[in-house]
Design a protein around this ligand. Structure first.
Ligand SMILES: NC(=O)c1ccc[n+]([C@@H]2O[C@H](COP(=O)([O-])OP(=O)(O)OC[C@H]3O[C@@H](n4cnc5c(N)ncnc54)[C@H](OP(=O)(O)O)[C@@H]3O)[C@@H](O)[C@H]2O)c1
Length: 349
């Protein structure tokens, strides 16, 4: 079945997604009966492109690779202004799915939340990897999607394309989830791994993470736990049916940990990890992000480097752990595809 797609944001994830669609077109059509047709893209930096007959992705990817703008696409297209406001675009263009991959604002969730609402109200399914709307407005957006008989899907918001929500919805369906706990930030896990394996001080490990591109110039969101807080709130609300806000999460980062503490833990057979945890306590949901010393027998203790992992504690299966990428161009681009395939499988066009 053909799906017309609007893409808002054409950076790392947006381009990763387009590359996957291009590479996998045959497989998607033949095996999954999914025929995506990207008809509109808008991006603050790269401008806009409208092509109602479908964008030839290979040609567009070449244009983007050359550092040019969307408007430089050589195929058939409508004349557009340099940058079309996403709200106008969503309102004016008829499409089946909006892929929203603009930047995350964890304080307001905007402007992405407005784009998502506009899309749902104009009859489009929404897929996003943006943590802001999912962490701050999950129930409202789910309800709006339900009222409009559309999907609102968020696989890429936690652990990129590693199938956290797909596992919860399909493989684990029917279980009661008592607790989820995980390593949801690759940067801090990389730093802790370096501090232990290479016996580095925190500042040295952070510097290396910055040099390798794992940490940003301002690392606060990662090292003080704010990024993991956004993800744990999403898990609390989407998986544990909580209604919590980021400021209700007990948060402590890793910036005060010293090499000595990590070595002492190692000598005691323990390993420090920044653990994001959500559990039910007397019918209410508690969430935290704090450094914890795990025994080496815990599957999360074996997760080293920039990887992520999550353990579901279920009533029927016991503990189930998945490990995988937490970020990346193709990894997060894949999350957008996997949500679209779920929409396609549900038969809702
Ligand atoms: N990269 C990952 O591995 C990863 C993993 C999980 C989740 N995510 C999430 O996925 C989203 C996209 O990430 P990314 O890595 O692709 O970011 P990115 O490379 O910065 O790309 C975002 C693109 O969206 C554009 N943009 C920002 N605000 C916009 C707006 N209001 N309207 C239209 N375009 C807008 C940006 O333009 P400007 O540069 O001009 O702002 C940029 O080109 C983020 O919310 C991120 O948190 C990313």
């Amino acid at each position: 079945m053909e799906y017309q797609i609007i893409l808002i944001g054409c950076g790392t994830v947006g381009q990763g997604f387009l590359e996957i669609l291009d590479r996998k077109a045959e497989l998607l059509r033949d095996v999954y009966k999914f025929e995506p047709k990207v008809i509109a893209i808008t991006d603050m930096l790269k401008g806009s492109l409208l092509a109602p007959d479908g964008i030839q992705l290979k040609k567009l990817l070449e244009v983007l690779k050359a550092g040019k703008k969307l408007n430089d696409y050589p195929g058939p297209k409508e004349k557009t202004e340099d940058y079309l406001d996403p709200i106008d675009l969503i309102e004016q263009v008829e499409a089946d799915i909006l892929a929203e991959v603009t930047y995350t604002d964890i304080k307001t969730g905007e402007p992405a939340t407005s784009y998502i609402k506009k899309a749902l109200r104009t009859g489009k399914h929404v897929v996003t990897s943006n943590k802001g709307p999912a962490a701050l407005h999950y129930h409202e957006l789910k309800e709006l999607a339900h009222l409009n008989q559309r999907h609102f899907r968020i696989e890429g918001t936690v652990m990129s394309g590693t199938p956290v929500f797909h596992l919860f919805e399909t493989g684990l369906a029917g279980n009661e989830i008592r607790e989820v706990k995980g390593i949801l930030n690759g940067t801090t896990n990389f730093i802790l791994s370096q501090m232990e394996l290479e016996e580095m001080e925190y500042d040295e490990a952070l510097k290396l993470a910055q040099e390798l591109g794992y940490a940003e110039a301002d690392p606060t969101a990662d090292v003080e736990g704010f990024d993991a807080v956004a993800k744990v709130v999403i898990l609390a609300n989407a998986i544990m049916r909580g209604k919590i806000k980021p400021d209700e999460v007990n948060r402590q980062g890793i910036s005060t940990l010293r090499k000595q503490q990590i070595i002492e833990a190692r000598e005691a057979g323990l390993r420090y990890k920044l653990i994001a945890r959500v559990k039910k306590v007397n019918n209410h949901i508690e969430a935290s992000v704090t450094p914890e010393k795990l025994p080496l027998t815990d599957p999360l203790a074996g997760v080293m480097g920039a990887q992520n992992a999550l353990t579901f504690d279920t009533d029927l299966l016991g503990k189930v752990t998945i490990q995988g990428a937490g970020a990346g161009r193709l990894e997060t681009g894949f999350s957008i595809l996997s949500d679209m395939l779920a929409i396609s499988k549900s038969g809702k066009n």
